[in-house]
Design a protein around this ligand. Structure first.
Ligand SMILES: C[S@@+](CC[C@H](N)C(=O)[O-])C[C@H]1O[C@@H](n2cnc3c(N)ncnc32)[C@H](O)[C@@H]1O
Ligand code: SF4
Length: 402
């Protein structure tokens, strides 16, 4: 696999004294239809893809990557998309069996699968089959339960379908997340609150709450819908946060809320600068390797066709995976970019543990952030103040290299 010239990498390499926890991310890239707001590496299905062939390809990709994670055990697995539940339970079973045969999976590891209600049957049989395949947690992209909002978002499911899919999942899994969005075209504060009330009434233990953003290269960026004004969005957000707190959901990351024991271990590992191996079209990895330092890798984005991920994997020469070392000067920003999203912040000792670099790398930016009232030290952690959370981009930017 192409890694930057050894001399460049070695001079700049930095590596933690012991490797951080390792997660596995698996990308399943197809959807029934591309949503107009979505900039994920997701592709509308033409109905002629071989999903079984893609699973075989994932297994080959994993095999080619094994040397990079040799001897380490995997703490969590996340199958994201795209719409992973377009893959029938027997394919997910085959995939997870192949993973277990090749990697050491820690006892009790969290195994999450994302799902779209439009691709789910409204009853429990499929969810049970996914559970039997080894899935322990599902994350369902509901977005809203309100018909007109779903329509404005180009979603293919109704509010009722979403309700039924979630109720069926909750009957099978102890750990269910719902994705909800707010600030939707034409949405009122009352509708946003009603969406949340509906989600809370379903008994899920985790919620991800996102303000709709217009992302470049999406249909919404080209033809923006009319969105609620800033004041209304702020009013919605305050009401939603209050309601979540009152319902016993702890905000532990900018967009993530969990009941006790329901925090997503996989995402927590990303935010804490843990390692992850990503397999699949467009999947990203971050790995700490004793000989090469901290690397970021990206797989070819296009899943199928001419110069695609599947074609490159079939060549067997590793050309589907590009690798680059994280320059030493970028480590403070890379570390803080995710860590400061956590409400608890980052342990003062964590930077050295995760990067092998002295904490002095961070101190000038820490001092500047504290002087601006964006950061505080509490219980051995650096964490964003309330103001810091409101201006998170500005706070993170203080850690960029000069
Ligand atoms: C990969 S999708 C989840 C599963 C599935 N693909 C689905 O949509 O049902 C990840 C989540 O990111 C959120 N998301 C995607 N694009 C967004 C945008 N432009 N603004 C805010 N949230 C967005 C949505 O809540 C979505 O459920
Ligand atoms: S279903 Fe999910 S991943 Fe697919 S296009 Fe819509 S938001 Fe993106």
């Amino acid at each position: 696999m192409p890694i930057l010239k050894a001399s460049t990498a070695a001079e700049d390499a930095s590596v933690p004294s012991s490797p951080p926890p390792l997660s596995l991310y698996i990308h399943l890239p197809w959807c029934l239809r591309k949503c107009p707001y979505c900039d994920f590496n997701s592709h509308e299905t033409r109905g002629n893809e071989s999903l079984a062939g893609y699973v075989d390809c994932l297994v080959r990709d994993l095999e080619m990557s094994l040397a990079q994670v040799w001897g380490r055990s995997v703490q969590s697995i996340f199958m994201g998309g795209g719409t992973p539940n377009l893959f029938a339970p027997d394919l997910i079973d085959r995939l997870l069996m192949a993973v277990r045969a090749r990697l050491r999976i820690a006892a009790g590891a969290e195994v999450t699968m994302e799902a779209n209600p439009a691709a789910a049957q409204g009853e429990s049989a499929d969810w049970r089959a996914y559970r039997e395949a080894g899935v322990t947690r599902v994350s369902i992209g509901v977005q809203s339960f309100h018909g007109p909002s779903l329509k404005a978002l180009g979603r293919m499911h109704s509010g009722t379908q979403a309700l039924e899919a979630v109720a069926a999942a909750v009957a099978v899994f102890d750990r269910v997340n719902l994705d909800l969005m707010y600030g939707l075209p034409g949405q009122t504060a009352k509708q946003a609150s009603a969406d949340l009330a509906c989600a809370l009434g379903l008994g899920v233990g985790h919620l991800s709450l996102y303000q709709l953003t217009l992302e470049p290269n999406t249909l919404f960026a080209a033809r923006p819908p009319e969105l609620p004004d800033e004041d209304l969005i702020a009013q919605m957000q305050t009401a939603l946060l209050d309601r979540l707190a009152a319902a016993g959901f702890l905000r532990y990351e900018v967009s993530a809320f969990a009941r006790l024991g329901q925090v997503c271990q996989h995402n927590l590992n990303y935010w804490q600068f843990g390692d992850y191996l990503g397999i699949g079209a467009g999947a990203h990895s971050k790995l700490s390797l004793p000989e090469a330092g901290i690397l970021r890798q990206t797989c070819t984005r296009q899943p199928q066709g001419g110069d695609s991920y599947q074609v490159a994997v079939a060549r067997g020469d590793g050309s589907h995976r590009k690798s680059r070392p994280v320059p030493r000067a970028d480590l403070p920003f890379e570390f803080m970019l995710n860590g400061l999203r956590l409400v608890q912040g980052v342990a003062v000792t964590a930077y050295t543990e995760r990067t092998g670099r002295p904490v002095e790398d961070l101190l000038p930016a820490i001092a500047s952030a504290q002087a601006k009232g964006l950061l505080k030290t509490e219980a051995g952690h650096w964490r964003a103040t309330e103001r810091g959370m409101d201006f998170l981009n500005d706070l993170q930017a203080l850690f960029l290299p000069e």
